[in-house]
Write a protein that binds this ligand. Sequence first.
Ligand SMILES: C[S@@+](CC[C@H](N)C(=O)[O-])C[C@H]1O[C@@H](n2cnc3c(N)ncnc32)[C@H](O)[C@@H]1O
Length: 310
Amino acid sequence: MYGPGGFYRRLEGPAGHFRTSVHASPLFAGAVARLLCRVDEALGRPGTLDFVDMGAGRGELVTGVLAALPAEVAARARGYAVELADRPAGLDDRITWLSEPPENVTGLLFANEWLDNVPVEVAEVDAEGVARLVLVREDGTERLGKPAGGAEAQWLARWWPLPAEEGLRAEIGLPRDTAWASAVSRLERGMAVAVDYAHTADARPPFGTLTGFREGRETAPVPDGSCDITAHVALDACALPGARRLTQREALRALGITAARPPLALASTDPSAYVRALARAGEAAELTAPGGLGDFGWLLQPAGIADVPL
Ligand SMILES: C[S@@+](CC[C@H](N)C(=O)[O-])C[C@H]1O[C@@H](n2cnc3c(N)ncnc32)[C@H](O)[C@@H]1O
């Protein structure tokens, strides 16, 4: 997936295959820009304010956030895209393209649909009730390997205990916890936010969520570099001390996004404003939809500042 010629290295980028909140509407970047302004206030308006787009795709979010900032904040803002794929041609020169997050970030590090792409081991319970690691060939054929042990077994026991029932599965989120802690450690002061398909200990999916995506459709998660491979994130396990979790619906409402339809009277007084407002309401509805993007988890991790009002 990440190797030369792999799924995420292709010219079309993730947007060619699936729709994240970033692609669904510019309202999302606008809301993230407002969050960056709140972080800026909490930091006491520093001389330089960083925005780090972690797992940036083709830099769409950082581009949208910089464009949506008020001029006074934009003048102090520095944008970073952190991505394994190459820098796309034509990206705004003001954006620094990196393969690792920068050190000493003062501002906001935002990871939209990054952690679900951090690879995890899958465990499955065998006929004797033992949780074994699932091995997979390049054509997608699976068989069970050795029992989960060590830190992986400890992670399962703590975050996703598997009853001894044949066929039950869990995705061992340890590499995501580590990846998140490492990204957060780059923050000097400010906030880190991870947004993803998520589940928590009270409602883990009994057979896991491992799946693939290609050209807008769900597909078998075949590890041959031809499709996206993803599994929902145990966001509660990623949380470090001081973190808070919200749904995307709650977070975006707190950042001023509502799906309320414009008053019908506007249709006769200013028809084009009415149509624009109606389109915005439709996009807001998609970003906050129950059963869809609105159910995504937001993990908010302040560092060296009081929590930001949200
Ligand atoms: C699902 S896409 C999300 C893109 C974008 N954030 C969005 O919301 O539209 C995940 C991205 O994370 C990138 N990625 C995965 N692991 C990464 C890592 N360790 N460092 C940097 N980028 C990574 C992938 O290459 C891919 O572009």
